[in-house]
Design a protein around this ligand. Structure first.
Ligand code: CIR
Length: 262
């Protein structure tokens, strides 16, 4: 199964309302012009990696809708419309349903009471990890496993370490059997059989990196992580996401990615 070979992606342009997005630290006020700049560079980097990117229009009524990873999960042969666990984000589903229907023959959906954010879903070649979190509840995770099975994928429900927003805040896939993970995630013991590259002290927020085709997108403000990735042989694309990080977000959350026909 292709897990980081992508030729298509959806992103959503940030609206002016993006500065009102959910964030843990109310003092970290983001600047919308800087967010737009970071977002544009991210879209350009996807294009440079060989991905055809559809930029959906901003949804001013939904400040966090720029984080398209959370309301959906996509594969080349089908998509799943999720139900974001934050009440202010649930309404993103309507526009996302239309976006998926226009691009995928098969779209499955979670039902009422079943919450799951795409940020809690880590797709690896053999198993799709679904992290329980403040956004993904047990009913949502169980329902998601059933929908994954319908798409021929095996899911596994796991715990998200305390204190992180999403499962993938703390871990990302670097290649078919290597993960970048925080020490807490490594200590969870969930990843038997994987090689683990641990985020350096002071850079645990770098764990949300993004493998795209032959390269790894990583936060530009995490130089030690970039060095470690480069030493391990990865082609690192440093991207500025400092402003986006003020909204508790990283690199995976800004796009939905897939490979047509796989
Ligand atoms: C939220 O709290 O929902 C947004 N401010 C950030 C979402 C980040 N999503 C992700 O990492 N998948």
């Amino acid at each position: 199964m292709r897990v980081f070979d992508f030729d298509r992606a959806i992103v959503r342009a940030p609206g002016r309302s993006v500065v009102a997005g959910l964030r843990e630290d109310p003092r970290a006020v983001p600047d919308d012009a800087k967010i737009r700049k970071e977002h544009a560079a991210y879209v350009a980097a996807l294009g440079a990696a060989g991905v055809a990117v559809d930029v959906l229009p901003p949804l001013e009524a939904f400040p966090d809708s720029v984080f398209v990873e959370d309301p959906a999960l996509v594969f080349g042969d089908g998509a799943i419309l999720l139900r974001p666990g934050a009440p202010s984000r649930l309404g993103e589903r309507h526009a996302m349903r239309q976006a998926l229907a226009a691009r995928f023959d098969r779209v499955l959906e979670l039902g009422d009471g079943e919450s799951a954010d795409g940020g809690d879903v880590l797709v690896t070649p053999d198993v799709v990890f679904v992290g329980l979190s403040g956004r993904t509840n047990a009913a949502g995770a169980a329902a998601l496993l059933a929908l994954l099975a319908a798409l021929g994928r095996r899911g596994r429900i796991v715990a998200t370490p305390p204190g992180v927003l999403h499962f993938k805040t703390a871990v990302s896939l670097l290649d078919h059997n290597t993960l970048l993970a925080t020490p807490a995630m490594v200590a969870s013991g969930l990843f038997e059989g994987f090689n683990l590259l641990v985020t350096p002290q002071g850079e645990h927020a770098a764990a949300n990196a993004l493998r795209v085709n032959d390269r790894v997108f990583a936060g530009a403000h995490f130089p030690r992580t970039a060095d470690a990735l480069a030493r391990a042989g990865y082609a690192v694309v440093p991207l500025a996401v400092r402003e986006i990080a003020r909204l508790d977000a990283g690199l995976s959350c800004l796009s939905l990615r897939w490979h047509t026909g796989a």
